[in-house]
Design a protein around this ligand. Structure first.
Ligand code: GDP
Ligand code: IMO
Ligand code: MG
Length: 428
Protein backbone atom coordinates (compact mmCIF):
# COMPACT_ATOMS: atom_id res chain seq x y z
CA UNK A 1 0.00 0.00 0.00
CA UNK A 2 1.42 3.34 -0.97
CA UNK A 3 2.60 6.53 0.63
CA UNK A 4 1.13 9.45 -1.29
CA UNK A 5 2.19 13.06 -0.84
CA UNK A 6 -0.36 15.74 -1.75
CA UNK A 7 1.42 19.01 -2.43
CA UNK A 8 0.21 22.53 -3.24
CA UNK A 9 1.60 23.32 -6.68
CA UNK A 10 0.94 27.09 -6.81
CA UNK A 11 0.76 29.75 -4.06
CA UNK A 12 -1.38 27.82 -1.58
CA UNK A 13 -5.16 27.49 -1.29
CA UNK A 14 -5.29 25.12 -4.26
CA UNK A 15 -7.92 22.97 -2.54
CA UNK A 16 -5.61 20.52 -0.75
CA UNK A 17 -8.07 20.15 2.15
CA UNK A 18 -10.85 19.02 -0.14
CA UNK A 19 -8.60 16.54 -1.94
CA UNK A 20 -7.24 15.07 1.31
CA UNK A 21 -10.76 14.71 2.76
CA UNK A 22 -11.96 12.78 -0.26
CA UNK A 23 -8.86 10.60 -0.64
CA UNK A 24 -8.80 9.83 3.09
CA UNK A 25 -11.83 7.60 2.70
CA UNK A 26 -9.52 4.77 1.69
CA UNK A 27 -6.40 5.40 3.80
CA UNK A 28 -5.08 4.53 7.26
CA UNK A 29 -3.13 7.64 8.14
CA UNK A 30 -3.02 11.35 7.20
CA UNK A 31 0.01 13.37 8.22
CA UNK A 32 0.78 17.10 8.17
CA UNK A 33 4.48 17.78 7.80
CA UNK A 34 5.03 21.54 7.44
CA UNK A 35 3.68 25.01 8.15
CA UNK A 36 1.39 25.85 11.02
CA UNK A 37 -1.90 27.62 11.47
CA UNK A 38 -1.02 29.92 8.59
CA UNK A 39 -2.65 27.09 6.62
CA UNK A 40 -6.41 27.07 6.17
CA UNK A 41 -7.70 23.90 4.51
CA UNK A 42 -11.42 23.94 3.73
CA UNK A 43 -13.33 20.72 3.92
CA UNK A 44 -17.01 20.40 3.01
CA UNK A 45 -18.50 17.02 3.86
CA UNK A 46 -21.50 15.50 5.66
CA UNK A 47 -20.28 16.96 9.00
CA UNK A 48 -20.50 20.49 7.54
CA UNK A 49 -17.93 23.04 6.39
CA UNK A 50 -14.63 23.22 8.26
CA UNK A 51 -11.50 25.32 8.06
CA UNK A 52 -8.63 23.14 9.19
CA UNK A 53 -5.52 24.96 10.37
CA UNK A 54 -3.45 22.32 12.16
CA UNK A 55 -5.52 19.16 12.42
CA UNK A 56 -5.05 16.99 9.30
CA UNK A 57 -8.01 17.04 6.90
CA UNK A 58 -8.40 13.26 7.22
CA UNK A 59 -9.93 13.58 10.71
CA UNK A 60 -13.49 13.05 9.43
CA UNK A 61 -12.89 9.38 8.63
CA UNK A 62 -13.07 7.12 11.68
CA UNK A 63 -10.39 4.69 10.52
CA UNK A 64 -7.77 7.38 9.93
CA UNK A 65 -4.95 8.10 12.36
CA UNK A 66 -4.08 11.78 12.06
CA UNK A 67 -0.61 13.06 12.80
CA UNK A 68 0.88 16.52 13.14
CA UNK A 69 4.52 15.85 12.37
CA UNK A 70 7.73 17.36 13.72
CA UNK A 71 8.03 19.77 10.78
CA UNK A 72 4.85 21.60 11.78
CA UNK A 73 4.94 24.57 14.15
CA UNK A 74 2.10 24.36 16.66
CA UNK A 75 0.29 27.22 18.32
CA UNK A 76 -1.16 25.30 21.27
CA UNK A 77 -4.05 27.75 21.75
CA UNK A 78 -5.02 27.42 18.07
CA UNK A 79 -4.74 23.63 18.16
CA UNK A 80 -6.81 23.28 21.34
CA UNK A 81 -9.46 25.60 19.93
CA UNK A 82 -9.58 23.57 16.71
CA UNK A 83 -9.91 20.31 18.64
CA UNK A 84 -12.69 21.81 20.76
CA UNK A 85 -14.61 23.03 17.72
CA UNK A 86 -14.32 19.64 16.01
CA UNK A 87 -15.56 17.80 19.10
CA UNK A 88 -18.46 20.25 19.46
CA UNK A 89 -19.52 19.38 15.93
CA UNK A 90 -19.39 15.65 16.52
CA UNK A 91 -15.95 14.88 15.04
CA UNK A 92 -13.87 12.51 17.16
CA UNK A 93 -10.19 13.30 17.76
CA UNK A 94 -9.20 10.13 19.61
CA UNK A 95 -6.80 9.18 16.80
CA UNK A 96 -5.02 12.52 16.61
CA UNK A 97 -1.36 12.73 17.67
CA UNK A 98 1.24 15.48 17.64
CA UNK A 99 4.98 15.08 17.45
CA UNK A 100 7.03 15.60 20.60
CA UNK A 101 9.59 17.26 18.30
CA UNK A 102 7.19 19.83 16.82
CA UNK A 103 8.17 23.38 17.71
CA UNK A 104 5.71 25.58 19.55
CA UNK A 105 4.59 29.02 18.53
CA UNK A 106 5.08 31.21 21.58
CA UNK A 107 3.48 34.62 22.31
CA UNK A 108 6.73 36.40 21.37
CA UNK A 109 6.67 34.78 17.93
CA UNK A 110 3.25 36.26 17.22
CA UNK A 111 4.30 39.64 18.61
CA UNK A 112 7.53 39.65 16.59
CA UNK A 113 5.76 38.57 13.39
CA UNK A 114 3.61 41.72 13.67
CA UNK A 115 6.51 44.00 14.68
CA UNK A 116 8.73 42.71 11.87
CA UNK A 117 5.95 43.23 9.32
CA UNK A 118 5.32 46.79 10.56
CA UNK A 119 9.03 47.58 10.39
CA UNK A 120 9.21 46.43 6.75
CA UNK A 121 6.80 49.22 5.77
CA UNK A 122 5.96 49.06 2.08
CA UNK A 123 8.25 46.00 1.78
CA UNK A 124 6.00 43.96 4.10
CA UNK A 125 5.66 40.32 3.08
CA UNK A 126 1.97 40.16 3.94
CA UNK A 127 2.43 37.27 6.39
CA UNK A 128 -0.51 35.76 8.23
CA UNK A 129 0.97 37.19 11.49
CA UNK A 130 0.55 33.86 13.20
CA UNK A 131 4.20 33.79 14.34
CA UNK A 132 5.27 31.26 11.71
CA UNK A 133 8.48 32.94 10.48
CA UNK A 134 9.80 33.86 13.96
CA UNK A 135 9.10 30.33 15.21
CA UNK A 136 11.03 28.69 12.38
CA UNK A 137 13.82 31.24 12.90
CA UNK A 138 14.12 30.06 16.50
CA UNK A 139 14.07 26.44 15.38
CA UNK A 140 17.02 27.08 13.06
CA UNK A 141 18.63 29.39 15.64
CA UNK A 142 18.36 26.67 18.29
CA UNK A 143 16.19 28.81 20.52
CA UNK A 144 13.00 26.85 19.97
CA UNK A 145 10.69 25.20 22.46
CA UNK A 146 9.14 21.90 21.40
CA UNK A 147 5.88 20.26 22.39
CA UNK A 148 7.75 17.53 24.30
CA UNK A 149 9.39 20.23 26.45
CA UNK A 150 5.98 20.98 28.02
CA UNK A 151 6.01 17.55 29.62
CA UNK A 152 9.14 18.39 31.68
CA UNK A 153 7.97 21.41 33.64
CA UNK A 154 11.21 22.21 35.49
CA UNK A 155 13.52 22.13 32.53
CA UNK A 156 10.83 23.97 30.52
CA UNK A 157 10.99 26.86 33.00
CA UNK A 158 14.79 27.10 32.71
CA UNK A 159 14.59 26.97 28.93
CA UNK A 160 11.81 29.54 28.71
CA UNK A 161 13.69 31.90 31.05
CA UNK A 162 16.78 31.76 28.83
CA UNK A 163 14.86 32.21 25.59
CA UNK A 164 12.57 34.95 26.89
CA UNK A 165 15.50 37.03 28.13
CA UNK A 166 16.81 37.02 24.58
CA UNK A 167 13.39 37.79 23.08
CA UNK A 168 12.61 40.57 25.53
CA UNK A 169 15.92 42.25 24.67
CA UNK A 170 14.84 42.33 21.01
CA UNK A 171 11.27 43.35 21.80
CA UNK A 172 12.31 46.25 24.04
CA UNK A 173 15.57 47.45 22.46
CA UNK A 174 14.91 46.94 18.77
CA UNK A 175 11.16 47.50 18.63
CA UNK A 176 10.71 49.58 21.80
CA UNK A 177 7.71 47.48 22.77
CA UNK A 178 6.70 46.12 26.18
CA UNK A 179 8.49 43.00 27.44
CA UNK A 180 6.51 39.79 27.98
CA UNK A 181 6.08 38.17 31.39
CA UNK A 182 7.85 34.88 32.10
CA UNK A 183 5.30 33.80 34.73
CA UNK A 184 2.30 34.44 32.49
CA UNK A 185 3.72 32.50 29.57
CA UNK A 186 4.98 29.70 31.80
CA UNK A 187 1.62 29.23 33.54
CA UNK A 188 -0.33 29.36 30.30
CA UNK A 189 1.96 26.91 28.49
CA UNK A 190 1.98 24.50 31.47
CA UNK A 191 -1.82 24.43 31.19
CA UNK A 192 -1.59 23.82 27.46
CA UNK A 193 0.92 21.07 28.17
CA UNK A 194 -1.51 19.29 30.48
CA UNK A 195 -4.26 19.43 27.89
CA UNK A 196 -2.01 18.39 25.02
CA UNK A 197 -0.15 15.62 26.89
CA UNK A 198 -2.51 12.83 25.72
CA UNK A 199 -1.80 13.79 22.09
CA UNK A 200 2.00 14.05 22.29
CA UNK A 201 3.86 11.07 20.86
CA UNK A 202 7.00 10.00 19.00
CA UNK A 203 5.07 10.38 15.76
CA UNK A 204 8.10 9.70 13.55
CA UNK A 205 8.06 6.13 14.85
CA UNK A 206 4.30 5.88 14.33
CA UNK A 207 4.60 6.97 10.71
CA UNK A 208 7.55 4.66 10.02
CA UNK A 209 5.73 1.70 11.57
CA UNK A 210 2.56 2.38 9.60
CA UNK A 211 4.61 2.41 6.41
CA UNK A 212 6.37 -0.82 7.42
CA UNK A 213 2.98 -2.46 8.05
CA UNK A 214 2.07 -1.56 4.48
CA UNK A 215 -0.65 0.91 5.39
CA UNK A 216 -1.78 3.66 3.04
CA UNK A 217 -0.48 6.98 4.27
CA UNK A 218 -1.34 10.43 2.90
CA UNK A 219 1.11 13.25 3.45
CA UNK A 220 -0.88 16.50 3.59
CA UNK A 221 1.11 19.43 2.26
CA UNK A 222 0.47 22.97 3.43
CA UNK A 223 1.03 26.22 1.50
CA UNK A 224 2.32 25.71 -2.03
CA UNK A 225 5.51 25.18 -4.01
CA UNK A 226 5.72 28.85 -5.00
CA UNK A 227 5.71 29.72 -1.27
CA UNK A 228 8.52 27.23 -0.55
CA UNK A 229 11.46 28.79 1.28
CA UNK A 230 13.92 27.59 -1.41
CA UNK A 231 11.90 27.29 -4.59
CA UNK A 232 9.22 29.91 -4.05
CA UNK A 233 9.28 33.57 -4.98
CA UNK A 234 11.82 34.47 -2.28
CA UNK A 235 11.58 36.55 -0.07
CA UNK A 236 7.80 36.50 -0.58
CA UNK A 237 7.49 32.98 0.74
CA UNK A 238 6.71 31.16 3.95
CA UNK A 239 9.46 29.81 6.20
CA UNK A 240 9.27 26.10 5.37
CA UNK A 241 9.85 23.58 2.62
CA UNK A 242 6.31 23.44 1.31
CA UNK A 243 7.37 21.17 -1.54
CA UNK A 244 7.75 17.40 -1.20
CA UNK A 245 11.27 17.63 0.24
CA UNK A 246 9.75 18.99 3.44
CA UNK A 247 7.79 15.78 3.92
CA UNK A 248 10.90 13.70 4.68
CA UNK A 249 12.49 16.00 7.24
CA UNK A 250 9.07 17.06 8.55
CA UNK A 251 8.10 13.51 9.48
CA UNK A 252 11.25 11.41 9.75
CA UNK A 253 10.38 9.51 6.60
CA UNK A 254 12.89 8.35 4.02
CA UNK A 255 12.35 9.74 0.48
CA UNK A 256 12.46 6.21 -0.92
CA UNK A 257 9.24 5.44 0.98
CA UNK A 258 7.18 8.00 -0.96
CA UNK A 259 5.45 6.23 -3.85
CA UNK A 260 3.41 9.01 -5.45
CA UNK A 261 3.57 12.79 -5.41
CA UNK A 262 0.33 14.49 -6.37
CA UNK A 263 0.29 18.21 -7.10
CA UNK A 264 -2.90 20.18 -6.48
CA UNK A 265 -3.51 22.98 -8.98
CA UNK A 266 -6.33 25.45 -9.20
CA UNK A 267 -7.70 25.86 -12.72
CA UNK A 268 -6.47 29.47 -12.51
CA UNK A 269 -4.05 31.24 -10.14
CA UNK A 270 -4.45 32.96 -6.79
CA UNK A 271 -2.10 34.41 -4.25
CA UNK A 272 -2.57 36.13 -0.86
CA UNK A 273 0.05 38.53 0.45
CA UNK A 274 2.82 40.35 -1.40
CA UNK A 275 5.17 39.21 -4.14
CA UNK A 276 5.21 38.81 -7.91
CA UNK A 277 2.29 37.15 -9.68
CA UNK A 278 2.95 37.32 -13.43
CA UNK A 279 -0.55 36.40 -14.59
CA UNK A 280 -2.41 38.63 -12.12
CA UNK A 281 -5.60 40.17 -13.49
CA UNK A 282 -6.45 43.73 -12.53
CA UNK A 283 -9.58 43.91 -14.67
CA UNK A 284 -13.19 42.79 -14.38
CA UNK A 285 -12.26 39.17 -15.18
CA UNK A 286 -10.09 39.12 -12.04
CA UNK A 287 -12.93 40.61 -10.00
CA UNK A 288 -15.39 38.16 -11.50
CA UNK A 289 -13.22 35.16 -10.55
CA UNK A 290 -12.69 36.54 -7.03
CA UNK A 291 -16.38 37.11 -6.39
CA UNK A 292 -17.65 33.99 -8.13
CA UNK A 293 -15.14 31.79 -6.31
CA UNK A 294 -15.28 33.75 -3.06
CA UNK A 295 -11.51 34.07 -3.20
CA UNK A 296 -10.90 35.43 0.27
CA UNK A 297 -8.24 33.95 2.57
CA UNK A 298 -9.38 31.00 4.71
CA UNK A 299 -7.09 32.07 7.57
CA UNK A 300 -7.01 35.87 7.33
CA UNK A 301 -10.07 36.80 5.22
CA UNK A 302 -7.87 38.90 2.91
CA UNK A 303 -8.96 39.12 -0.76
CA UNK A 304 -6.88 36.75 -2.87
CA UNK A 305 -5.17 38.13 -5.96
CA UNK A 306 -6.48 36.26 -9.02
CA UNK A 307 -5.01 35.53 -12.43
CA UNK A 308 -4.86 33.11 -15.34
CA UNK A 309 -3.29 29.68 -15.05
CA UNK A 310 0.49 29.98 -15.17
CA UNK A 311 1.93 26.90 -16.85
CA UNK A 312 5.50 28.18 -16.48
CA UNK A 313 5.06 27.91 -12.71
CA UNK A 314 3.09 24.69 -13.11
CA UNK A 315 5.91 22.99 -15.02
CA UNK A 316 8.43 24.27 -12.51
CA UNK A 317 6.38 22.89 -9.58
CA UNK A 318 6.00 19.55 -11.37
CA UNK A 319 9.78 19.29 -11.71
CA UNK A 320 10.69 20.45 -8.20
CA UNK A 321 8.28 17.92 -6.67
CA UNK A 322 8.72 15.18 -9.26
CA UNK A 323 4.95 15.08 -9.57
CA UNK A 324 3.55 11.73 -10.64
CA UNK A 325 0.05 13.13 -10.98
CA UNK A 326 -2.08 16.23 -10.63
CA UNK A 327 -5.48 17.25 -9.27
CA UNK A 328 -7.18 20.21 -10.88
CA UNK A 329 -9.62 22.07 -8.62
CA UNK A 330 -12.21 24.80 -9.13
CA UNK A 331 -12.69 24.11 -12.81
CA UNK A 332 -16.37 25.04 -12.29
CA UNK A 333 -15.34 28.60 -11.40
CA UNK A 334 -14.43 29.15 -15.06
CA UNK A 335 -17.91 28.06 -16.27
CA UNK A 336 -19.03 31.58 -17.18
CA UNK A 337 -16.00 32.82 -19.11
CA UNK A 338 -16.25 33.01 -22.91
CA UNK A 339 -12.52 32.44 -23.35
CA UNK A 340 -9.58 31.48 -21.16
CA UNK A 341 -5.92 32.34 -21.20
CA UNK A 342 -3.01 30.15 -20.17
CA UNK A 343 0.51 31.50 -19.72
CA UNK A 344 2.95 29.29 -21.61
CA UNK A 345 6.15 31.36 -21.34
CA UNK A 346 7.42 34.74 -20.14
CA UNK A 347 9.02 37.59 -22.02
CA UNK A 348 11.91 39.13 -20.11
CA UNK A 349 14.30 41.73 -21.54
CA UNK A 350 13.39 40.87 -25.14
CA UNK A 351 13.90 37.13 -24.56
CA UNK A 352 11.37 34.32 -24.20
CA UNK A 353 11.91 32.15 -21.14
CA UNK A 354 10.11 28.98 -20.10
CA UNK A 355 11.16 28.65 -16.48
CA UNK A 356 10.73 31.28 -13.74
CA UNK A 357 13.76 33.37 -12.75
CA UNK A 358 14.80 32.85 -9.11
CA UNK A 359 15.06 36.58 -8.47
CA UNK A 360 11.75 38.17 -7.50
CA UNK A 361 12.47 41.55 -9.05
CA UNK A 362 13.20 39.83 -12.38
CA UNK A 363 10.06 37.75 -12.03
CA UNK A 364 8.06 40.91 -11.38
CA UNK A 365 9.30 42.20 -14.77
CA UNK A 366 8.26 39.05 -16.64
CA UNK A 367 5.43 39.54 -19.07
CA UNK A 368 3.25 36.49 -19.61
CA UNK A 369 2.89 35.06 -23.10
CA UNK A 370 -0.64 33.73 -23.40
CA UNK A 371 -2.37 31.10 -25.40
CA UNK A 372 -6.12 31.61 -25.68
CA UNK A 373 -8.61 28.76 -25.45
CA UNK A 374 -12.39 28.81 -25.81
CA UNK A 375 -14.55 28.68 -22.68
CA UNK A 376 -17.50 26.28 -22.34
CA UNK A 377 -20.08 28.58 -20.74
CA UNK A 378 -22.15 25.92 -19.03
CA UNK A 379 -22.50 24.39 -15.57
CA UNK A 380 -20.16 21.51 -14.89
CA UNK A 381 -20.55 21.17 -11.10
CA UNK A 382 -23.00 18.30 -11.47
CA UNK A 383 -20.83 16.25 -13.85
CA UNK A 384 -18.95 13.18 -12.61
CA UNK A 385 -17.35 11.71 -15.74
CA UNK A 386 -14.57 13.19 -17.81
CA UNK A 387 -16.28 12.34 -21.06
CA UNK A 388 -19.39 14.26 -19.97
CA UNK A 389 -17.47 17.54 -19.68
CA UNK A 390 -18.06 19.98 -22.56
CA UNK A 391 -15.45 19.57 -25.31
CA UNK A 392 -13.89 22.97 -24.51
CA UNK A 393 -13.47 22.00 -20.83
CA UNK A 394 -11.82 18.72 -21.83
CA UNK A 395 -9.49 20.58 -24.19
CA UNK A 396 -8.58 23.05 -21.45
CA UNK A 397 -7.73 20.24 -19.01
CA UNK A 398 -5.76 18.30 -21.63
CA UNK A 399 -3.79 21.40 -22.61
CA UNK A 400 -2.86 22.14 -18.98
CA UNK A 401 -1.82 18.52 -18.56
CA UNK A 402 0.42 18.80 -21.61
CA UNK A 403 1.95 22.10 -20.49
CA UNK A 404 2.77 20.98 -16.95
CA UNK A 405 3.87 17.58 -18.27
CA UNK A 406 2.02 15.61 -15.64
CA UNK A 407 -1.08 13.37 -15.88
CA UNK A 408 -4.34 14.77 -14.54
CA UNK A 409 -5.78 12.20 -12.12
CA UNK A 410 -8.70 14.05 -10.59
CA UNK A 411 -10.79 17.11 -11.42
CA UNK A 412 -12.75 18.92 -8.75
CA UNK A 413 -15.91 20.70 -9.86
CA UNK A 414 -17.24 22.03 -6.56
CA UNK A 415 -16.33 22.34 -2.88
CA UNK A 416 -18.23 19.26 -1.68
CA UNK A 417 -16.56 15.88 -1.27
CA UNK A 418 -18.59 14.20 -4.00
CA UNK A 419 -18.03 16.97 -6.57
CA UNK A 420 -15.21 15.23 -8.38
CA UNK A 421 -14.32 13.62 -11.67
CA UNK A 422 -11.92 10.73 -11.26
CA UNK A 423 -9.74 10.38 -14.34
CA UNK A 424 -7.56 7.74 -12.71
CA UNK A 425 -7.79 6.48 -9.10
CA UNK A 426 -5.07 7.91 -6.83
CA UNK A 427 -5.73 5.53 -3.93
CA UNK A 428 -6.87 2.06 -4.96
P1 GDP B 1 -6.26 24.66 0.66
O1 GDP B 1 -5.60 25.60 1.60
O2 GDP B 1 -5.36 24.21 -0.45
O3 GDP B 1 -6.91 23.49 1.36
O4 GDP B 1 -7.44 25.49 -0.03
P2 GDP B 1 -8.47 26.52 0.70
O5 GDP B 1 -9.43 25.73 1.51
O6 GDP B 1 -7.73 27.60 1.38
O7 GDP B 1 -9.16 27.19 -0.55
C1 GDP B 1 -9.81 26.41 -1.49
C2 GDP B 1 -11.26 26.90 -1.60
O8 GDP B 1 -11.84 26.32 -2.75
C3 GDP B 1 -12.15 26.49 -0.46
O9 GDP B 1 -13.11 27.47 -0.24
C4 GDP B 1 -12.82 25.21 -0.97
O10 GDP B 1 -14.07 24.94 -0.36
C5 GDP B 1 -12.99 25.56 -2.41
N1 GDP B 1 -12.97 24.46 -3.36
C6 GDP B 1 -12.15 23.38 -3.41
N2 GDP B 1 -12.36 22.68 -4.55
C7 GDP B 1 -13.31 23.36 -5.24
C8 GDP B 1 -13.91 23.18 -6.52
O11 GDP B 1 -13.59 22.27 -7.27
N3 GDP B 1 -14.83 24.10 -6.90
C9 GDP B 1 -15.20 25.15 -6.12
N4 GDP B 1 -16.10 26.00 -6.58
N5 GDP B 1 -14.63 25.36 -4.92
C10 GDP B 1 -13.69 24.49 -4.49
P1 IMO C 1 -2.66 26.84 2.74
O1 IMO C 1 -2.07 25.62 3.41
C1 IMO C 1 -1.97 30.77 0.96
C2 IMO C 1 1.35 33.13 2.58
C3 IMO C 1 0.97 34.39 3.33
C4 IMO C 1 2.16 35.27 2.99
C5 IMO C 1 3.32 34.27 3.00
C6 IMO C 1 4.10 34.26 4.31
O2 IMO C 1 -4.01 27.19 3.22
O3 IMO C 1 -2.53 26.74 1.25
P2 IMO C 1 3.53 33.30 6.73
O4 IMO C 1 2.45 33.67 7.70
O5 IMO C 1 3.54 31.88 6.34
O6 IMO C 1 4.88 33.77 7.19
O7 IMO C 1 3.20 34.18 5.41
O8 IMO C 1 2.74 32.99 2.80
N1 IMO C 1 0.69 31.89 3.08
C7 IMO C 1 -0.31 31.28 2.45
N2 IMO C 1 -1.01 31.62 1.34
N3 IMO C 1 -2.24 29.61 1.59
C8 IMO C 1 -1.55 29.23 2.68
O9 IMO C 1 -1.72 28.03 3.26
C9 IMO C 1 -0.55 30.10 3.18
N4 IMO C 1 0.30 30.07 4.23
C10 IMO C 1 1.06 31.15 4.15
O10 IMO C 1 -0.23 34.93 2.83
O11 IMO C 1 2.07 35.75 1.68
MG1 MG D 1 -5.85 27.54 2.36
Amino acid sequence: MPVIAVIGAQWGDEGKGKIIDLLAEKVNMVVRFSGGNNAGHTVVNPYGEFRMHLVPSGIFHRQVTCIVGNGVVIDPAALLEEIEQLEKRGVKVDKLYISDRAHLIMPYHILLDGLEEESRGSGALGTTRKGIGPCYMDKAGRLGIRSGDLLEKESFLDRLRLVLENKNRIITRVYEAQPLSLEEIYDKYCQYGERLAPFIRETDVMVQEAVERGETVLLEGAQGTMLDIDFGTYPYVTSTSASVGGACSGLGLSPVKIDHVIGVFKAYTTRVGSGPLPTELFDETGDLIRERAREYGTTTGRPRRCGWFDAVMGRFAARVNGLSGACLTRLDVLDVLPSLKVCTAYRLGGKTITSPPSNSSLLARCEPIYEELPGWQGDIDGLRRFEDLPAAARSYVRRLEELIACPMKLISVGPRREQKIVVEEIVN
